[in-house]
Design a protein around this ligand. Structure first.
Ligand SMILES: [Zn+2]
Length: 311
């Protein structure tokens, strides 16, 4: 149950500053007025009252209880509670009265439980249950100061921003390239045929007959070759022997082919951050933090939803 002290704390005294800040003229929707004709065209009430009142009227229409709303007896009125010194909740425009004649203050209420439920389901408290019954009276069951609503919004927004920030990795993976030059030396050995130069030696002489024997008179022309020497010529018992000898030739050949091969390798290095193994204490702290954040979020969401319902 809200009290005048709570209202003063939340919204201040019901003076002109309060009215400027919190009071609104709510134009009752035509669809509601058609069904509940006793309602005024406009209701001057606290801005927190608009949504719950509309909900209560819609409940009455949906539950076909419109005929039970006999009279509208006002909302905002700066006055004291009946028989008390404290201000009535009507002073802050947070209460409404209906069917005053049939549910007079202090008398046994005649309002049906179904009609009462239309209001209580919309967030109202009924005065008919009080020790001194006020059957015509419905007031908001809870209030939240507008300051608190703003504060909750700021806190929720900050938490969401913080969570989004926390999800972002501070370091983005990087891709760097590294070029490696590999030089490979290749040696190839080949077999080949070496052709040597043609060579010849020449010997020309006159043969004569002396005493029935053939003798070499004199060489006419003797030419050695480049490598070949002059042939060895012997004449014995009319037999001519020509010896032509060439020493074995050594041609040392070695062929080496050297190739250089250059291999270019591009190595792409992608940096990947591998999380380090956490200690059991760090894991415990994280889990505790998760539970805490979950609880805080749950509380915030529930509180916020409840706030939205009545704002
Ligand atoms: Zn009242």
């Amino acid at each position: 149950m809200i009290t005048s002290t709570a209202c003063t704390k939340a919204f201040g005294k019901p003076d002109i500053d309060f009215e400027i800040k919190y009071m609104v003229v709510w134009k009752v929707p035509e669809a509601i007025r058609v069904k509940i004709p006793v309602l005024p065209q406009k209701i001057y009430c606290h801005k927190l009252m608009v949504a719950p009142l509309e909900k209560a009227f819609k409940n009455i229409i949906d539950r076909e209880l419109t005929s039970e709303v006999i009279s509208w007896n006002g909302c905002f009125c700066i006055r004291r509670k009946r028989g008390q010194s404290t201000l009535s909740i009507h002073s802050w425009g947070l209460a409404v009265d209906i069917n005053e004649k049939e549910n007079a203050f202090g008398a046994k209420p005649t309002m049906s439980a179904a009609l009462v439920k239309c209001f209580t389901d919309a967030g109202f408290e009924w005065g008919g249950k009080w020790s001194k019954p006020d059957g015509m009276h419905f007031q908001l069951s809870k209030i939240y100061s507008m300051k608190n609503i703003s504060l909750f919004r700021v806190v929720l927004f900050a938490m969401l921003v913080g969570m989004l920030g926390a999800c972002k990795s501070s370091l983005a993976p990087t891709v760097t390239s590294q070029t490696n030059d590999t030089i490979i030396k290749v040696q190839t050995l080949r077999d080949t045929i070496i052709k040597t130069k043609q060579d010849s030696s020449f010997y020309k002489a006159l043969l004569e007959c002396q005493n029935g024997k053939v003798v070499i008179n004199r060489p006419i022309s003797v030419t050695p070759g480049e490598i070949l020497k002059i042939p060895g010529v012997e004449l014995q018992d009319n037999y001519l022997t020509v010896k032509c000898k060439m020493e074995s030739q050594e041609v040392p050949v070695q062929l080496k082919e050297n190739h250089t091969q250059r291999i270019k390798t591009v190595l792409k290095i992608k940096t990947q951050y591998v999380p380090r193994e956490l200690t059991w204490w760090q894991t415990t702290q994280i889990n505790m933090g998760r539970v805490f954040i979950g609880l805080v979020l749950l509380i915030l969401i529930i509180t916020f939803l409840r706030l939205l319902k009545i704002v």
